[in-house]
Design a protein around this ligand. Structure first.
Ligand code: PLP
Length: 439
């Protein structure tokens, strides 16, 4: 029972920076970004029928993923192939846990690299494999990482035919465990250690896409959340969270710990597809250009601040233009649906401590910031509050142990990795050096 079985529906995208330029799903996914660094947006966001929402509480995560993806992607991929891509991407659970009447946590860290980015990276890897299966080409995925993207992408694309992965990460600004995850895979994965910050990494990736000489030698693409195939599957678990919550008349508030705002944008897309989320909280650390915008109507990208929640250390978030686009660039409309909240380092620390003492719940700094967002906007028993826990606390063990006074258990999947030898190529934040490594 498919939603649109009466005609062949092909998904199309337009370029935010130049709306007359359009692209097919395959092109938007393989290219990641269009000319002039413009982001691709779907030309149409379908609204799911009431019958789907009536069935929602009885559906499994892969069933939800399939139906939501089918509605969005149309008939570009056969049902059987799409089902397989979704099943492989969502092969782990994403449980919603109740802490008290008004507070729930959605645990997104049960994938192989223990952060929510596994969902997007694995779905994207499936789509790439599908689109490249008959093209005898080699694609180079260039990805900037503030910590978790790189390992999720490396894990998802490891050993995939026709794909090379090059990861750029800021030297000394990712945790020890994160660095080991990035630099010890080998095979078709190369790690570049940049002596600069994450925004430098992002800038160099963007520059590479615009470089004529590089693009003569390589088919370059990105696995950051600028790629729609990375971003979109993240909307599945918002549906799954509400499925687990069950039927309710209370307004639902979801707090999303944000850096590049791919996760939050996926939530906004889910809402646009009909999911009844009343309010989103854009929760950040001291990189708070988006909370500032929501309050004042003025967006000022800022220098990156370094924090213990390093996966959110982003001064100029990639997906902010997509958020604006969804609201027709109206500050009045966007600030009705999304409230901003940010935490200093001391407040992040306090939030981890409070979760431990009040609920016996050990959260990582990113999830704790989302929790603080829920408390900060003042939800009550008249609401259902959900905060997203985006990483396993073991990924940030030092900070978590310092705040909670309790040892973090390192999951088996990670324990062995600390003994492996790091292999990286060190470069300065100069584009010519990156080019040399790539060619
Ligand atoms: C990447 C990341 C975030 C931020 O997600 P965005 O989609 O970039 O906003 C939050 N928490 C963790 C643990 C992450 O790895």
């Amino acid at each position: 029972m498919y939603l649109y079985n009466f005609e062949f529906l092909q998904m199309t995208f337009y370029n935010i920076s130049n709306p007359s330029e359009t692209a097919s799903l395959k092109n938007a996914v393989l290219k990641s970004i269009s000319s002039e660094s413009g982001l691709f947006m779907p030309t149409n966001i379908p609204v799911l029928p009431k019958a789907f929402f009536d069935r929602l509480p009885s559906l499994s995560l892969p069933e939800i993923g399939f139906e939501v993806a089918k509605a969005m992607l149309g008939d570009d991929i056969s049902d059987a192939d799409l089902r397989q891509i979704v099943d492989q991407a969502l092969s782990f659970d994403i449980p919603l846990k109740k802490l008290d009447e008004q507070t729930h946590v959605l645990e997104l860290f049960h994938g192989p690299t223990l952060a929510f980015k596994d969902v997007g990276a694995r779905f994207m890897a499936g789509l790439f494999e599908y689109f490249l299966q008959n093209d005898n080409k080699e694609v180079t995925i260039l990805v900037a990482t503030s910590g978790d993207t790189g390992s999720a992408v490396a894990n998802a694309f490891y050993d995939k035919k026709g794909v090379k992965v090059v990861i750029l990460y800021p030297s000394g600004k990712v945790s020890n465990l994160q660095e080991k995850q990035l630099t010890t895979m080998g095979g078709n994965i190369t790690a570049i250690e940049l002596q600069g910050n994450f925004d430098d990494c992002q800038k160099m990736v963007k520059q590479a896409f615009g470089d004529a000489e590089l693009n003569q030698h390589l088919i370059l693409t990105s696995a950051n959340s600028i790629n729609f195939a990375r971003l979109f599957p993240q909307s599945f678990y918002y549906f799954y969270a509400l499925a687990q919550l069950g039927k309710t008349d209370k307004p639902i508030v979801v707090s999303v710990p944000s850096g590049n705002f791919g996760n939050l944008t996926a939530g906004l897309i889910a809402k646009r597809m009909g999911l009844p989320i009343h309010t989103f909280i854009a929760a950040t650390n001291s990189n708070h250009s988006v909370p500032d915008y929501l309050k004042t109507g003025t967006f000022t990208p800022a220098e990156t601040h370094y924090t213990i929640s390093n996966a959110m250390d982003v001064g100029n978030p990639n997906n902010f233009p997509r958020m604006l686009e969804l609201y027709g660039k109206s500050h009045t409309s966007i600030s009705k649906d999304i409230k901003g909240h940010w935490c200093s380092e001391a407040q992040s620390h306090e939030a981890m401590k409070e979760l431990q003492s009040q609920y016996g719940y050990q959260a990582d700094p990113h999830g704790a910031i989302a929790y603080s967002g829920l408390k900060g906007v003042g939800i009550s028993e008249a609401h259902h509050g959900i905060f997203l826990e985006t990483a396993h606390p073991a990924k940030f063990a030092d900070a978590v142990e310092a705040a909670t006074g309790k040892a973090v258990e390192i999951p088996k999947a990670l324990a062995g990795i600390l003994d492996l030898e790091k292999k990286s190529i060190r470069i300065k934040p100069e584009f010519e050096q990156l080019k040399e490594v790539l060619i």
